[in-house]
Design a protein. Structure first.
Length: 126
């Protein structure tokens, strides 16, 4: 049986979007790396990324910080030690797509632009 597919519609961000991303530490390098894709970091694709290469080149973000925190408590080695709240700005070339479960977004942007959009960092284990 063939794998079921669905279209991936990538959109240019035209209005501010608030999202959350897991980070492994709070240093400038750790935060910049958190805004890089698995592809850019040389990591193997997540199983979901195997359906389309473009997903391996995206950064996974969530619209609900509490949902990401619960996920991080179960998968700390994968999510990291902190949750970054980002206010992604329009007009910076950022693109996004709804590619996963409800509230999950794939985001494409220059790591420095994404890092500069971080407005808050909170430890996962408070």
């Amino acid at each position: 049986m063939a794998e079921q597919s669905f279209p991936i519609t990538v959109q240019l961000l035209e209005r501010q979007l608030v999202v959350y991303r897991g980070c492994r530490g709070t240093s400038a390098k750790a935060l910049t790396d958190a805004m890089r894709s698995n592809y850019e970091l040389g990591r193997k694709p997540h199983p979901a990324d195997l359906r389309a290469t473009v997903l391996h080149m995206a950064v996974s973000m969530f619209e609900d910080g509490d949902r990401l925190r619960r996920l991080a408590l179960h998968l700390p080695e994968r999510i990291g030690t902190h949750i970054a709240r980002l206010e992604l700005p329009a007009g910076q070339g950022i693109c996004f797509a709804d590619t996963g479960s409800i509230g999950h977004w794939s985001v494409w942007g220059r790591p420095g632009v994404l890092k500069n959009a971080i407005v808050e960092l909170t430890p996962i284990a408070e």
